[in-house]
Design a protein around this ligand. Structure first.
Ligand SMILES: Cc1cc2nc3c(=O)[nH]c(=O)nc-3n(C[C@H](O)[C@H](O)[C@H](O)COP(=O)(O)OP(=O)(O)OC[C@H]3O[C@@H](n4cnc5c(N)ncnc54)[C@H](O)[C@@H]3O)c2cc1C
Length: 387
């Protein structure tokens, strides 16, 4: 495998790096990632202003086609883009779920009117989107969802409950999966609606997580009248739309290693500067072995990402290696947090490390749980029989 970047990707790196150096000011933008937008209108505003700046310069959604405000960037430019944002410590766009997961579904299945209406405000971060898929009894087994939409004249009347909706309490719009035909086989009777979160009968209740944040909500729908024009794709063919969304959700693995390898590098610095019994912690042979294991895990994750990128460059759709990378990433994040605990002791219970130590759990669930990903790897990579 050739690890060199093509000249056009390096040219894009120089251009984007120069723009970031000139335009990203941490003291103005802050260091908040998009997920923190739920915490206060002030953080939301700051991130929105930054998102607008990215959009004005054509750097909000570089993978989108030019006609929708993107740059039609190739795979290597997307890799470089993620690397440069990470290097600068700059947040990306506000609509993390909208831009990477929901927009591809709108582009593929939406009407021209839907594309015109929704894509630009999503790109600019002027409208926030959430994904209304999971329910209390439909998570890994998403096709069991039971939120009902009954046709009534020009509307659907929606009743039911969603849960774990990232951005649910600040979202303007929701990509909502509903059951329109309860008599059809479970994958067949589902439709997808683009729902205005301000419609009467919708209530988003923020869920406070173990980190004390309100990253997601549960959303209740009571006799909500949603116009038929909100259908994304044909009625009762919502499963196809959902698969487009989820394929893109799982396609973001190529840059997962960036954040976690940055944290590993910080742990190495800390191991040298933290003193234990009058000596640098890095002198402890047990700790050194742990750090070495962690380093290798990070490099392994990078190679998995490179392999996924190579597949994309050769025109192969994201396959089961995506599940493997997701699995290794969430485990690596957990091991990083555990190592911070070993190294820093009680000091790792507060601040960023403290948050990471409890948040790492969520990474084994979001975007496909560890067990479900292990099933995929077992069946599709190792060829083992279905459990
Ligand atoms: C940070 C975060 C953000 C999220 N954001 C959103 C969002 O924006 N929108 C949204 O709709 N949802 C969102 N979710 C929900 C997420 O998609 C679900 O939590 C996930 O699909 C798992 O579903 P569940 O929680 O119902 O667990 P379940 O599916 O009930 O699983 C419970 C346990 O059983 C195991 N299990 C389930 N099936 C199998 C099987 N076949 N074989 C072996 N083990 C199995 C699971 O691995 C898990 O350990 C988010 C979750 C997290 C953590």
């Amino acid at each position: 495998m050739n690890f060199d970047y093509p000249p056009e990707a390096e040219a894009f790196r120089s251009e984007f790096r120069a723009w970031l150096d000139a335009n990203f000011d941490r003291s103005v933008v802050g260091d908040a990632v998009a997920m923190r937008a739920v915490e206060s209108p002030e953080i939301l505003d700051r991130l929105r202003t930054w998102n607008n700046a990215l959009a004005n310069a054509g750097y909000a959604a570089i993978a989108w086609p030019v006609e929708y405000g993107g740059r039609g960037a190739g795979v290597m430019e997307q890799v470089v883009y993620a690397e440069e944002l990470s290097r600068a410590g700059a947040p990306g766009t506000l609509n993390v779920i909208g831009i990477s997961n929901i927009a591809p579904s709108i582009m593929q299945h939406g009407t021209e009117e839907q594309k015109r209406r929704f894509l630009e405000p999503m790109l600019r971060g002027d409208e926030i989107w959430c994904q209304g898929f999971s329910e209390p009894n439909a998570g890994s087994d998403l096709a069991s969802l039971s939120t009902r939409a009954v046709a009534d004249g020009d509307d659907f009347v929606v009743n039911g409950q969603k849960v774990w909706n990232t951005f649910g309490n600040i979202a303007d719009w929701c990509e909502l999966l509903v059951r329109t035909d309860p008599n059809a086989p479970k994958h067949k009777g589902i439709s997808c609606l683009l729902v205005d979160m301000r419609l009467p009968g919708i209530e988003a209740r923020p869920l406070v997580t173990i980190t004390g944040e309100r990253e997601f909500s549960e959303i209740f729908f009571t006799d909500v009248r949603v116009p038929r024009s909100a259908l994304l794709g044909p009625e009762s063919e919502g499963w196809r739309v959902a698969m487009t969304t989820l394929t893109h959700e799982r396609g973001g693995v190529a840059s997962l290693h960036l954040g976690v390898r940055k944290k590993i590098a910080v742990l190495f610095v800390l191991a040298r500067s933290t003193r234990r019994g009058g000596r640098p912690a890095a002198d402890d042979p047990v700790l050194r072995q742990g750090l070495a294991r962690l380093y290798l895990e990070g490099e392994y994750l990078k190679l998995l990402s490179d392999r996924a990128v190579s597949g994309l460059l050769h025109g192969r759709a994201a396959g089961p290696e995506t599940s493997l990378a997701k699995l290794v990433w969430s485990e690596c994040e957990t091991h990083v947090a555990e190592m911070a605990g070993q190294l820093l002791g009680p000091a790792a219970n507060t601040g960023t490390w403290g948050r990471d130590r409890v948040y790492a759990r969520a990474l084994s669930i979001a975007g496909g749980t560890t067990q479900v990903n292990k099933n995929i790897v077992a069946q599709r990579v190792l060829g083992l029989p279905r459990a």
